[in-house]
Design a protein around this ligand. Structure first.
Ligand code: GRG
Length: 333
C-alpha cells in the first residue's frame, strides 16, 4: 500500500513530520490515486506506477500547511490544489527519467525502463492533463498559475541542458535553472494553498515568496549532498551531477576559487568522466571551500523563507513553515 511509503517518508521529511496529520496524508493519497484512474487499465497502471512507489508528497503538504496558517483545517479543494502540483511534479519525473535514461526511481524501475520511452512520455503528458483539469476546477487563477508553472519547469530544465558540460556556466544560469525546475513548483504549491483557502493578497504573496525560497534551499541542499554524501546515503553514485555534466553551485564555487585545485577541477570537467576522474573531481570539491560557500547561500534562502513568515498568525502551521527550511539545511551542516 503506497500510504506506508508516504508515512515512513514523513518521519524523515521536516515539512511532513512537523505539519500534516495522518488524516491529511490519507486525503492526499486518495486524491492522487483518484486523479489517475481512467477507463483504460493499461494507462491507469502506467500513470499510477510512481504514485504507488512512494514519494514524500511535499507539494500537497505545502499547500495544506499554507492553507492552515490561520488555524483552519484544509478543505478538500486545498488538497486537490496540492495534488495538481504533485501531478505536475510526477509528470516532470516521468519525462526527466526518459531524458536521463534512468533505470530506477523511488526504489523501483522507472516507467521508461519498464514500459519504454514512448509510454513514459505519453503517461507523463497524461499526468499533466489531469493536473490541469483539477486546477481548472479550482478557477481561472489557479489554472493560469499551474499552466505558467509547467512552463517554468521546462524553462529551468532547458537552461540546465543548454549549459551541460560547460565549465563556464555562470551562477546566474544555475539560479535561473533551479528556480524554474524546482523552486517555482514549491512557490506555486504554497500560493495555491493560500488562494484556495481564501487568504488575503499580502499573505498569498508572502506564501509564494516562502515556497520559492524553500525550493531554492531544497535544490541547493540536494546539489550539495550529491557532492558530499556517500553512495549508500544517496542510493546512487556520488558526483552523479558532474558525471552528467550538470555543474551545480558547490562545483561552480570550487572552480571559482582561483587556486590550483580549482584549475585541476575545471580541466577534469567539460566532458563525461570515467570512474577515476569522478573520484578525483569529488575529492577536490570535498576538500575545498565551494561546499561551505554553497551552504552559506542556502542559509541566505533559509533567512528569506523565514522572513516571509513574519506576518503570519502564531499557529502550529506557521511554526512548521518556519522550521522546515532550517531542517533541510541541517542535513548538510
Ligand atoms: C513535463 C512539467 C514537465 C517538465 C519538463 C523534465 C522537466 C521539464 C523538468 C524536471 C526537472 C526536475 C527533475 C527537477 C527536480 C525536481 C525535484 C526537486 C525532484 C525531487 O523531488 P522530491 O524530493 O521527490 O520531492 P519525491 O520522490 O519525494 O517526490
Amino acid at each position: 500500500m503506497p500510504l506506508e511509503n508516504v508515512t515512513s517518508s514523513a518521519q524523515t521529511s521536516p515539512l511532513l513530520a512537523l505539519s500534516t496529520s495522518e488524516s491529511d496524508r490519507t486525503r492526499v493519497e486518495a486524491a492522487m490515486h483518484q486523479a489517475v484512474i481512467t477507463p483504460d487499465a493499461y494507462l491507469t497502471e502506467i500513470a499510477s506506477h510512481l504514485i504507488v512507489a512512494g514519494g514524500k508528497r511535499l507539494r500537497p503538504v505545502l499547500s495544506i500547511v499554507a492553507a492552515q496558517i490561520a488555524g483552519e483545517s484544509a478543505s478538500d479543494d486545498v488538497v486537490r490544489g496540492g495534488v495538481s502540483c504533485e501531478l505536475v511534479h510526477l509528470g516532470s519525473l516521468y519525462h526527466d527519467d526518459v531524458m536521463d535514461e534512468a533505470d530506477t526511481r523511488r526504489g523501483v524501475e522507472t516507467v521508461n525502463a519498464k514500459w519504454g520511452n514512448l509510454q513514459a512520455i505519453l503517461a507523463g503528458d497524461f499526468l499533466l492533463s489531469r493536473a490541469s483539469e483539477i486546477a481548472a476546477s479550482l478557477g481561472t487563477e489557479v489554472a493560469g498559475l499551474l499552466a505558467r508553472t509547467i512552463g517554468w519547469l521546462c524553462e529551468g530544465q532547458i537552461e540546465e541542458l543548454r549549459f551541460t558540460y560547460d565549465v563556464a556556466r555562470t551562477e546566474e544560469s544555475y539560479y535561473t535553472s533551479i528556480h524554474g525546475k524546482t523552486a517555482s513548483l514549491y512557490g506555486t504549491a504554497a500560493r495555491i494553498g493560500g488562494i484556495v483557502a481564501g487568504h488575503d493578497q499580502h499573505t498569498i504573496d508572502a506564501l509564494t515568496e516562502y515556497g520559492n525560497a524553500y525550493g531554492m534551499v531544497f535544490q541547493i541542499v540536494d546539489d550539495i549532498l550529491d557532492a558530499t554524501a556517500t553512495d549508500e546515503e544517496l542510493g546512487k553514485p556520488a558526483g552523479h551531477d558532474m558525471v552528467e555534466g550538470v555543474y551545480t553551485l558547490p562545483v561552480l564555487r570550487t572552480m571559482a576559487l582561483g587556486t590550483s585545485d580549482a584549475d585541476r577541477l575545471a580541466s577534469l570537467l567539460g566532458a563525461p568522466l570515467d570512474a577515476r576522474q569522478q573520484q578525483r573531481a569529488l575529492a577536490i570539491v570535498r576538500a575545498n571551500d565551494g561546499v561551505g560557500s554553497a551552504i552559506d547561500t542556502a542559509r541566505d534562502y533559509v533567512g528569506r523563507a523565514t522572513a516571509a513568515c513574519a506576518g503570519f498568525p502564531d499557529t502550529e502551521a506557521t511554526a512548521a513553515l518556519v522550521a522546515a527550511p532550517a531542517a533541510l539545511l541541517a542535513g548538510v551542516t
